[in-house]
Design a protein around this ligand. Structure first.
Ligand SMILES: [Zn+2]
Length: 354
């Protein structure tokens, strides 16, 4: 039955009333970039984005993020088209799953350098990312900014690559996302508790991302559970799984104690397709550098990196180390971390006792 006009006005007023605490939080949030960012100078909150497209684009922190907007638009369009098709069209679906991977990279980039010079738009982007990434966007702050970037795969890093094994094979690779996700829940819960005590508006923003994601799942599953599974749940898992796989291959068997050999780089096509995400050494040296500036910055330190940590092709690395190495030993991964530990131990053993 169609709603009458007074009924619609009543529903709209009720929705506005229900949303008013969150709107108040949005209006008063005073942290750079919305929740917490590494970018130093975010401008004051703009509650009403300008209407014209040009002015909208001008609010981008970096012009290069027009590509990010394009990726976000394509992802949204693919979702809408496929939801309405209500069936899998293989090429569209493969494209959509690739976009799911790109969403994880965008979430990472936006977490380090906010997309916008407008806090309102940054918060709106956080919600978009939450819905398309499959996890509250604030989750990057306790697990990535405040942990992984500080410890860089040393003991205490929740995303440690050698937690269960020093090996680097298909079993350690495929088990890593689940193991790592499990251990990342603790700092997220601790961070929320800290926010609850010390910064209630920021807590509300973070909690609202859980709420929005939960509602999204509930409505989508009730509306059409098959569509929800195909076009929301599976892409979310691809997004979450892929970002942890990236983290694993970027750090496993590198030397976390070394100044420049603490990360593996992928220098080929992956960078054109996924926002220079292959340049990982420079990302750890200077996490506040925008993705568009990573290649130039990486070139400056390239000679200091062990050449064995520069891989041209991501897919060749995957095929070589995880599929071919069991049958051809020269392809096996060599751990720079174990090499350092062994050298240290043999050095200590051969030192004369004074
Ligand atoms: Zn990072």
């Amino acid at each position: 039955m169609r709603q009458t006009r007074p009924a619609r006005q009543f529903v709209a007023r009720a929705l506005l009333r229900a949303a008013s605490p969150l709107l108040a939080t949005l209006a008063t949030a005073n942290q750079p970039g919305g929740l917490n960012r590494t970018h130093p100078d975010s401008p004051p909150l703009l509650l009403a984005p300008e209407g014209a497209t040009v002015q909208f684009i001008l609010l981008l922190t970096y012009k290069a993020d027009r590509r990010t907007l394009l990726y976000m638009s394509v992802t949204t369009a693919l979702f809408i088209v496929q939801w309405n098709l209500a069936r899998i069209q293989p090429l569209l679906y493969l494209w959509y799953l690739f976009m799911a991977v790109s969403v994880a990279i965008i979430a990472h980039n936006h977490n380090h350098v906010p997309l916008w010079r407008s806090r309102f738009l940054n918060i709106a982007t956080d919600y978009w990312l939450t819905l398309f990434y499959g996890f509250p966007a604030f989750g990057w702050i306790p697990t990535h900014n405040k942990n992984h970037h500080l410890l860089n795969n040393k003991q205490g890093d929740y995303t440690l690559t050698y937690r269960l094994s020093e090996k680097n094979n298909i079993f350690t690779l495929l088990s890593y996302p689940s193991v790592s996700s499990y251990f990342q829940q603790e700092p997220i819960a601790a961070y929320l508790k800290t926010l609850w005590r010390s910064n209630r508006p920021k807590f509300h923003l973070a909690a609202s991302q859980y709420l929005v994601l939960g509602l999204y799942y509930a409505v989508a599953l009730l509306w059409n559970w098959k569509n929800a599974l195909l076009f929301i749940v599976i892409p979310h898992q691809v997004s979450l799984f892929s970002v942890l796989i990236f983290n694993y291959v970027q750090h496993v068997h590198t030397d976390e104690e070394s100044e420049f050999n603490h990360a593996r780089n992928f220098t080929g096509l992956i960078n054109q397709m996924l926002f220079n995400n292959g340049y990982h050494t420079i990302h750890h040296q200077a996490p506040g550098i925008h993705w568009s500036q990573a290649p130039a910055a990486q070139r400056k330190i390239e000679s200091l990196i062990d050449p064995s940590l520069n891989e041209r092709s991501f897919w060749w690395y995957i095929a070589r180390v995880y599929l071919l190495a069991p049958f051809y030993s020269p392809f096996r991964s060599v751990s720079l971390r174990l090499r350092r530990i062994n050298a240290h131990q043999s050095g200590a053993a051969s030192r004369p006792i004074s």
